[in-house]
Design a protein around this ligand. Structure first.
Ligand code: ADP
Length: 499
């Protein structure tokens, strides 16, 4: 018979006595085994060849092939098989002989069913343990293979990355880098890791970044610390650092990723130059057109034919719009040229500046029946070290927006106060307000909110970007709070001039 049920242990009984064979079969079937029987050694070996058992009960004294001979052959063909030797003429010598030949156990005839169950049960337990050990060993080997594969895969990926990778330990020692990094840093192939970061990169800003992040000192969690720098070869690189933390949140080191941003910076510069040049070229012809239109509209004798005046008025408005667009573009490129530096810094008193901004926009407000209120503290405000023109454009833009994006007859409050080492200015209107999801977009260049209320307001979408650039360059910040239909408040915080 074939051992088909894999959940049962296959046992082969080789004995010339039919009663023993059948008795063993009955007992072992109830014991969870699948039993095959053979009346002599040759039949037993053949049965094993066709369908190997895991346990063999083998009678030693059989006609034909002797049991010990069968045992020898079995051990050769099936080294894993557990052979339990059965014999009616049990002597110590035969038992020793059988054990030497590799028998697993010994069962003297005649035996009780319990003895058989116990001996076979031990063999079954041994089988189970052997199989379990083999399974664990297979798994261990597989895990090692997986790990080795994973490691080399990771190394291949890191080596093939176009981004430069540098991994440092808390002390600043480099533990890993990839070819892209070596190329970006202008290092030869003979620069293996292991040394201090200063051996690989001369730029102090990056060294500081790596040391800070790898020793666990880093800025706000949501901001990836980064620095941009230029290498000796003139490449512009952006380095971003991420800490590597253990389960307790302690820093084990840092991973620095380097990106070559030279082409972007070149494009940026070209774009800035282009904008500055075009704006410059447009400004004077536009001013001339405006002047001529104003003259035409002002002079009675030169008045256009009846009915055409409104065309000229419209042309003048559009020209004025274009001129302010060009002015904004020039302001922006001037700010960008400075690379975020304050252009001509002087000590500016905000009281005077805010009153003059109010003055310059008062006609515009009056025309719309609006009130401009400036509220200043009784104590003088500390001065701000800034470019006067830049600061003027900040508050002119904010107050002009407050007027433009409000209904007629409302009021605009400009309030200034001191807060610690900073000066704050809030421009609050009772205007249309801004939807919450648009609040972070209004500082983007050319972004304008288009709806029923704003469609008649002319603008460029460059006012708030200018405000933000100037305030950023002064180390300050600008915030906005707004309620749709109620109004908006833009608050500028500027560091006071240090004494
Ligand atoms: P511009 O005013 O030229 O359109 P800005 O950059 O100054 O450009 O403003 C961008 C957009 O933000 C405006 O188009 C407007 O929709 C919105 N905005 C700015 N200030 C206010 C304000 N005080 N109240 C309501 N909306 C405003």
């Amino acid at each position: 018979m074939a051992f088909s049920d894999t959940s049962k242990v296959p046992v082969l009984v080789i004995d010339d006595e039919g009663d023993i064979r059948d008795g063993c079969e009955r007992i072992l079937i109830r014991h969870g085994c699948q039993v095959a029987k053979a009346p002599d050694g040759a039949a037993g070996l053949e049965a094993m060849r066709l369908d190997p058992a895991e346990i063999v009960l083998l009678d030693l004294k059989m006609p034909g092939m002797d049991g010990l001979e069968v045992l020898k052959l079995l051990r050769q063909s099936h080294p894993q098989v557990l052979v339990i030797v059965i014999t009616g003429y049990a002597t110590v010598e035969t038992a020793i002989e059988a054990m030497k030949l590799g028998a697993y156990d010994f069962l003297p005839k005649p035996f009780q069913p319990d003895q058989l169950r116990l001996t076979v049960g031990r063999a079954m337990e041994r089988l189970r343990l052997t199989q379990e050990t083999e399974r664990l060993e297979r798994e261990r080997r597989q895990t090692l293979v997986d790990l080795a594969g994973e490691k080399s895969r990771l190394r291949t990926v890191i080596s093939a990355l176009p981004l430069g990778i540098l991994v440092t330990q808390p002390g600043g020692q480099v533990v890993l880098h990839n070819p892209a990094f070596c190329q970006m840093a202008g290092l030869g192939a003979d620069s293996p890791p292991g040394q201090d970061i200063s051996r690989y990169l001369a730029e102090p800003k990056v060294q500081q970044l790596a040391r800070q992040v790898s020793s666990g000192k880093q800025g706000p969690a949501n901001e990836l610390p980064s620095v941009e720098f230029t290498t000796r070869e003139g490449r512009c690189l952006l380095a971003q650092a991420t800490p590597v933390l253990n389960g307790q949140g302690e820093s084990l080191g840092a991973v620095l990723v380097f990106m070559d941003v030279t082409p972007y910076r070149m494009l940026d510069q070209l774009r800035q130059e282009f904008v500055a040049k075009v704006s410059h070229e447009l400004r004077s012809p536009l001013s001339t057109i405006l002047l001529q239109l104003t003259l035409l509209l002002g002079e009675e004798g030169a008045a256009p034919p009846q009915g055409h005046r409104h065309l000229l008025v419209r042309a003048r408005e559009r020209t004025q719009g274009l001129i302010s667009f060009v002015r904004d573009l020039l302001d922006l490129s001037r700010l960008e040229d400075g690379g975020g530096e304050v252009q001509n810094p002087v000590e500016v008193g905000l009281e005077k500046l805010l009153l003059s901004v109010k003055e310059s926009l008062s006609t515009q407000a009056q025309n719309r029946g609006m009130k401009l209120i400036v509220e200043l503290p009784s104590e003088p405000l500390p001065t701000v070290f800034a470019d006067l023109g830049g600061l003027e454009s900040v508050f002119t833009n904010l107050v002009a927006n407050a007027i433009n994006y409000s209904p007629d007859g409302t009021r605009v409050r400009i309030r200034a106060w001191r807060e610690g080492e900073a000066v704050k200015v809030a421009v609050a209107d009772q205007g249309f307000g801004i939807e919450p999801e648009k609040l972070d977009k209004i500082f983007d260049r050319f972004y304008r909110i288009k709806n029923e209320k704003t469609r008649y307001v002319t603008g460029t979408g460059l006012g708030l970007p200018i405000v933000k650039s100037v305030v950023d360059s002064l180390g300050g910040q600008v915030e906005v709070a707004s309620q749709l239909g109620e109004g908006s408040t833009f608050t500028v915080t500027l560091p006071a001039t240090s004494p």
